[in-house]
Each structure stands twice: as C-alpha cells, then as structure tokens.
Design a protein around this ligand. Structure first.
Ligand code: IPD
Ligand code: CA
Ligand code: CA
Length: 268
C-alpha cells in the first residue's frame, strides 16, 4: 500500500483534476435540483465531479471504502475510507461566487491521514499529511497568533434544516457578534477550516455539518497548529454535529460561549 505521502500526492492530483471538472460547469449549469428543501441544492457539477473522483479512486484502490456526499456510502470492510465533498459551497457555485471547493480526506482505521481542500476558482489548494504540517499551494501555513476573542475574526455557517437549533443559532451568532471584531459567513465549511489554518481567520464554529464537510479541513487546521473539537471540548465528532476550530489561543473563550446552558440543545 502507498505511504501517507503517496496518498497525499494522489489526493492533490485528484483534487486538481476534479477542479477542472467543476470549472467546466461554471456559468454553464443546465440543471439545479433541490434535495432536502428548496435551499438545499445539487447540480450536475456536484454529481459529475463526484463521479469523476470516485471513478479515479475505484481505479487506483478498488478495495477502499468511500463516503461521499451525493448518496454514496460504500463502506465495505476496508480500513481505508475516503471522505469526499465533490462541491462544498454549491449555493455559491450556482450564483457564480468564487467561494467553493473540493474536499478529499482519507482515513485509515478512522484516523485522517491526509486531506486536500481545493478552491479552483481562487487557485488555492490546501493540503496536509498527518504529522507533516499544512500547506497552501505548497507553502507552509500556520494559524494566527491572536490571543483575545474580542480582537478576533470568526466565521460560521448555518444548516439547510430550519428547526429549533437553527433558530437558536441566531442568538448564538448575536452573542459572538458582540464578543469579536467581526463575524463572517462564506458558505463553504471546508474552506472555513482552511481560512483558520492559514491565519486569515481566528476561529470557526458550526453545527449539523457532515463528515465530508469536516474530514479534510479538520486535519489541515490541526496540522497548521490549530485546535479542532466538538462544542463540548472533546474530540470533533466524525458526523460533524458540532465543530469548533481555532488558532488554539482563543479556543477556551469560544467554548465558554458554545457550552453555555442556554445553548445546551446543540449538545443533546
Ligand atoms: C454546505 C456548506 C456551508 C455550510 C452547510 C454545508 P454544501 O455544504 O459547507 O458552508 O454552512 O452546512 O452543508 O451543501 O455546499 O456542500
Ligand atoms: Ca459541504
Ligand atoms: Ca457538497
């Protein structure tokens, strides 16, 4: 079997090729369908990009498991599992905004060994191999040195389901907004992790994410010196139910807010 380094190089090549697939659909989408609701979109770009990535993995590693967003749970019994979002930021993509990415992570026995997040519109490719640091376009990156939440800039996102948690999340947003220098909502969770990894943002929190939103970004952020946990402060849940990522220095201040009793609904 290849080493983590070799898997890393394979993932980078794959993400770059998949980027060409997405760019081929930019401004040329013929079909946009709804999934769980009218704001949860899927396009031919999501589907074709996933088909492309999955076919390349199947060809190179036929025995590996794959978990990918567009209805693919090919768990098998392999200890290798690829976790893929073929297009993170679909709504941005549909509207012509350049903030979207391909996210590819590889886990061995449930531990992420390499991850790539590639924004082909911006020409930025983030990658990490466990234990070897994080990189943007081949250059090492690291999280910010910001020590105080009040001087920090944070990003968050909101899920497609408009349930009780969704409504409560605006109170949480309001509270953070009062406690930081600025809040942002870009609409591509995989990139949000990478913006923290590269020190452009100091922290990120979100709930109801999915494994493919977090797998690669989590590793990239940690390898850049950041801290990634669930909102209770324990390990990041694989399912992404709650996620908090930061430069490490403001993590406790973030958790102190996220763990407040009035937000316990998120931890249930
Ligand atoms: C979405 C984006 C968004 C986040 C949503 C995700 P998709 O992924 O990452 O930033 O707020 O929760 O579902 O649907 O564009 O792949
Ligand atoms: Ca996603
Ligand atoms: Ca997606």
């Amino acid at each position: 079997m290849p080493t983590s380094d070799e898997f890393g190089r394979f993932s980078i090549d794959l993400a770059r090729q998949a980027g060409e697939v997405l760019l081929g659909y930019r401004g040329k989408l013929r079909s946009v369908r709804h999934k769980s609701s009218c704001i949860d979109l899927v396009t031919e770009a999501d589907i074709e990009c996933q088909r492309f990535i999955v076919s390349k993995i199947h060809k190179a590693f036929p025995e590996h498991s794959i978990l990918a967003e567009e209805n693919l749970t090919d768990e098998g019994s392999s200890k290798y599992r690829w976790v893929i979002d073929p297009l993170d930021g679909t709504t941005n993509f549909v509207h012509g905004l350049p903030i979207f990415a391909i996210s590819i992570g590889l886990q061995i026995d449930g531990i992420t060994c390499c991850g790539v997040v590639y924004n082909p519109a911006g020409g930025t490719l983030y990658h990490a191999v466990a234990g070897q640091g994080a990189y943007c376009n081949g250059e090492p990156i690291s999280v910010s040195g910001q020590k105080n939440l009040i001087e920090s800039i944070l990003v968050t996102g909101f899920p497609y389901e408009h349930d009780e948690k969704f409504h409560l999340s605006f109170e949480l947003f309001h509270e953070f907004h009062n406690r930081v220098q600025g809040m942002r909502r870009f609409g591509a969770a995989a990139l949000d992790f990478c913006f923290v990894a590269s020190g452009q943002l100091d922290g990120f929190y979100e709930f109801n994410l999915k494994p493919w939103d977090i797998c690669a970004g989590d590793l990239i952020c940690r390898e850049a010196g950041g801290k990634v946990t669930g909102w209770s402060g324990g390990n990041l849940p694989f399912q992404g139910t709650t996620a908090a990522a930061s430069n490490g220095l403001i993590h406790q201040e973030m958790l102190d807010i996220l763990r407040q009793d009035n937000y316990r609904l998120f931890l249930l």
